[in-house]
Write a protein that binds this ligand. Structure first.
Ligand code: OGA
Ligand code: NI
Length: 370
């Protein structure tokens, strides 16, 4: 019941006018057809609600690639090259906030299965996915949707996703979507040791040894997402994910071969994190920036859309327990002589984060010391 639009010069450059934007919003967001449903319905131009302000558009898809093109070999971390590899990790976390790793302990077969499962989940008819819309989802652990906070955004992001919160194996295997639960849980479990090891290395370099208990609380929230970025008729008008940083400790991300993940450099330029077969992307989240008193940088990143294929990605987010107090670690503050962030309850940080549309690193202002 959505009209198909003719692809004209005019709407290729400005988005197509939609007679009734409320109908479109209902179809895509409220009824859970997603951006994928829109494309599958025959839409051949970008409707106005998806057209980004000029300042957010990605004019030139050909950004330079960056240091993250050279992956770090984690198998060397506990051998004779420990110092060198640690340094690669801490330097990347303190500058770009992004790096890629190989020999990470997650099997390459599993990485392939994850991409296939993501495609399988989104290939289902809309009504099968819509059962997980947040208003009706049978489980608090699972949420399916489009864009980040579509109700509040100036323009809707060109992305559908399903997010799966980890509690325990038993609940997960009961509640996560059957199309992807086994592989997603497998991914979470086989990467967690690696993530904790990387956090340890980062902490060690700022003179902190976290007690096991504290580490568990700081990494207590674990979530696996599957993102789906449908092919877009006019990629230059839209954004897959707008500029943002992740709120947690570290994010581990599997991306497919399509590309389009960009990170912001110090000088304001954007560089692409190129897809590397078998590698995983790791990026620093706001929490780690706060704990390290600003030494490690949560990276501002975004995703472009393409007109040559649908892209999937599978991030694992690690973050503190909601009840955990976070703030710059005492050892670091002592060394720096100043606390750049205040102490706060992670729940409050999270509420603020999910209450605002994506806007670069603005999320961190919430924690800034006065
Ligand atoms: C995210 C994100 C990047 C990607 O989900 O927070 O930044 O490549 N995803 O999908
Ligand atoms: Ni992100």
């Amino acid at each position: 019941h959505l009209n198909t639009h003719f692809r004209t010069e005019e709407n290729i450059h400005n988005g197509c006018q939609y007679e009734d934007q409320a109908t479109l919003f209902n179809f895509v967001v409220k009824q859970g057809n997603g951006v994928k449903g829109l494309i599958d319905s025959g839409m051949s131009c970008v409707p106005q609600p998806f057209v980004q302000p000029l300042s957010e558009r990605i004019a030139t898809p050909h950004a330079r690639t960056c240091e993250a093109a050279q992956p770090i070999d984690l198998s060397q971390l506990d051998g004779p090259r420990h110092k060198e590899v640690s340094k690669q990790i801490t330097e990347a976390a303190a500058t770009l906030g992004f790096f890629q790793v190989v020999n990470h302990g997650v099997s390459v077969e599993l990485l392939e299965l994850l991409k296939t499962s993501a495609h399988k989940f989104f290939a289902q008819p809309p009504e099968k996915k819509a059962i997980y819309l947040k208003e009706v989802s049978p489980s608090k652990l699972v949420k399916y949707g489009t864009s980040f906070v579509p109700e509040k955004e100036k323009a809707i992001e060109w992305k559908d996703y399903v997010s799966m919160l980890y509690t325990n194996d038993h609940e997960v295997l009961q509640h996560w979507p059957p199309q992807c639960r086994e592989v997603a849980l497998d991914f979470l479990k086989s990467s967690m040791a690696m993530v904790e090891r990387v956090v340890e290395v980062l902490m060690e370099d700022v003179g902190v040894r976290l007690e096991e208990e504290r580490m568990n609380r700081l990494m207590g929230t674990k979530m696996v997402n599957m993102n789906y970025y449908p092919t877009c008729p006019s990629p230059e008008l839209t954004i897959g994910v707008g500029r943002h940083s992740d709120m947690g400790m570290l994010t581990v991300l599997l991306q497919d071969g399509i590309g389009g993940l960009y990170v912001k450099l110090d000088n304001g330029d954007w560089a692409e994190i190129p897809p590397l077969d078998g590698a995983l992307v790791i990026n620093v989240g706001d929490t780690l920036q706060i704990l390290s008193n600003g030494k490690y940088k949560s990276a501002e990143h975004r995703v472009r859309t393409t007109n040559f294929g649908s892209r999937v990605s599978v991030p694992i987010f690690t973050a503190p327990n909601p009840s955990e107090k976070i703030g710059p670690l005492p050892e670091v503050v002592k060394h720096d002589g100043v606390a750049r962030y205040k102490e706060l309850l992670f729940q409050d940080y999270m509420n603020n984060f999910f209450g605002q549309p994506h806007d670069g690193k603005k999320s961190l202002d919430f924690a800034r010391a006065d």
